[in-house]
Ligand binder design. Structure first.
Ligand SMILES: [Zn+2]
Length: 358
């Protein structure tokens, strides 16, 4: 296989116009997923044999074991009830907006009959965003925790319970300025055990870790990191702004809170906060990518490499929820965007002047 990078206009659509001209039918979408899933041709997921034939039922028949596989079997789009043309529009909306899209706007723009169906589609996409085996953060990394979900700032000591969820944040900081990638994860508490586990999961040993004065970070030197603790008290004593001790985490914490309030109007269940954080991190870490189509390509590639996500997994939560989405009803399934061309229906009637006194 050649080592070329995917290109706009060749590997992925570069604009919404291209998206619509490439994928007018569900069959075109399916062919694109086929191309993404098996770049070198069909490989049987059952026996690993390379090679097979298209059969009349629209599946591949393995030349080795004879079993039949559809392009979407065993992927995120397995047993989908939403047509692929609608899925492709959703993925495009998900990656192309600076802030993504809310379930409510999706429901309205794509004729999705129920809010829950739109909600579940977005959650299925969020489920694929964490690439297995992705690298840990390196270099100089700020680490801190904050409460998300409440109105008050997450001050230590104000350990309020309830809707607030404690979230660990790590971000690469560059000299003399600028930030690299970030990671966010919900944690049960700010104990040394939780914080050390977060650091070893998300930060590469050898990194220089900067934290505030919290004792829970002590001891990570024994795990292969260098630790620099910046004390709030010392900053105050020197007349410095303690909020600026960790400018990187301070910045992304403010951004993620604003995003949840703005795009999602804070309608985020604590049980689902992690998947919203994954979406935020995915977009933040690709904030300099000018080609939104490349993100479209990336998300679909992750989706065809991801196992199916069932509705019951999305709502699996042992704790009672404030808003408990009901299972989708048949009404929730949108019509395909694969439609015969309409013959200028507006010409059948005269237009109606819109009167306005304003
Ligand atoms: Zn086989």
């Amino acid at each position: 296989m050649d080592e070329r990078w995917p290109r706009a206009g060749e590997d992925y659509p570069g604009s919404v116009g291209e998206l619509r001209s490439w994928f007018p039918t569900d069959a075109d979408c399916l062919d694109y997923l086929d191309w993404l899933r098996w770049p070198d041709g069909f490989v049987c997921p059952g026996c690993g044999h390379a090679g097979g034939w298209w059969v009349a039922d629209g599946r591949y028949k393995c030349a080795g074991c004879g079993s039949r596989t559809s392009v979407t079997a065993g992927t995120l789009f397995d047993r989908r009830r939403t047509p692929l043309t609608v899925w492709f529009e959703v993925v495009w909306a998900f990656v192309s907006g600076k802030d993504g899209i809310s379930a409510l706007s999706l429901q309205r723009t794509l004729e999705i009959g129920s809010y829950v169906t739109a909600w579940a589609m977005l959650h299925r996409l969020r489920a694929v965003l964490v690439r297995p085996g992705r690298g840990r953060l390196t270099g100089t990394v700020e680490v801190d925790e904050t409460y998300i979900g409440g109105e008050e700032p997450g001050l230590r000591g104000g350990r309020a319970r309830g809707k607030k969820v404690l979230v660990c944040i790590a971000i690469e900081v560059f000299e003399p300025r600028g930030f690299g990638r970030c990671r966010m994860q919900t944690v049960t508490d700010a104990s040394a055990q939780s914080l050390h586990a977060f650091i070893t999961d998300h930060v590469e040993p050898g990194a220089h870790v900067i934290t505030d004065g919290w004792t829970g970070y002590q001891g990570i030197e024994r795990l292969g990191y260098t630790l620099e603790r910046r004390s709030q008290r010392a900053a105050k004593a020197l007349g410095e702004d303690p909020g600026k001790l960790l400018p990187g985490v301070h910045r992304v914490a403010a951004l993620v809170k604003r995003w949840l309030l703005g795009t999602h109007q804070s309608s985020v269940d604590p049980a689902h906060l992690q998947s919203y954080l994954n979406e935020f991190v995915f977009r933040f870490n690709r904030r300099r990518s000018r080609a939104r189509g490349m993100l479209f390509y990336g998300v679909l590639q992750l989706a065809v490499g991801h196992e199916p996500v069932r509705y019951r997994q999305l709502v699996a939560d042992p704790k009672p929820k404030r808003v408990s989405p009901r299972p989708p009803t048949r009404r929730g399934h949108p019509p395909s965007l694969d439609r015969p061309l309409a013959d200028r229906p507006w010409r059948a009637i005269p237009s109606t002047p819109v009167r306005s006194d304003e």
